[in-house]
Design a protein around this ligand. Structure first.
Ligand SMILES: CC(C)(COP(=O)(O)OP(=O)(O)OC[C@H]1O[C@@H](n2cnc3c(N)ncnc32)[C@H](O)[C@@H]1OP(=O)(O)O)[C@@H](O)C(=O)NCCC(=O)NCCS
Length: 72
């Protein structure tokens, strides 16, 4: 996900995540975030996601890792 830089830190990202969670069905919502992307990780944590401990190479740049987060 991505929000316009001019609109950042105004709640757009949280609104997007809340909308996806409201739309989703099933036991959990899971996502991958690039390790070290603290802005994105904090956003997801503030929306109730927690790290699962799973990680894998970032598909677009395998020199980096991405970590899995989950919200029940
Ligand atoms: C990450 C991103 C989506 C956040 O979007 P946003 O619209 O700025 O997010 P919000 O305004 O809803 O912020 C919600 C929370 O996220 C966290 N957050 C957002 N930007 C942050 C920053 N620069 N530093 C630290 N925490 C940040 C905060 O916890 C914030 O809550 P608060 O305002 O109460 O402190 C946006 O910065 C972005 O598009 N970044 C580039 C693309 C990217 O990294 N996408 C994620 C890929 S997994």
């Amino acid at each position: 996900m991505w929000t316009d830089p001019a609109a950042r830190s105004t709640g757009v990202g949280r609104a997007l995540v809340d909308e996806v969670v409201a739309w989703a069905t099933g036991e959990s919502v899971q996502l991958w975030v690039t390790q070290g992307n603290s802005a994105a990780q904090r956003l997801y944590e503030s929306c109730g996601f927690v790290l699962t401990g799973d990680y894998q190479p970032l598909p677009s740049d395998p020199c980096k890792d991405e970590v899995r987060m989950r919200r029940a």
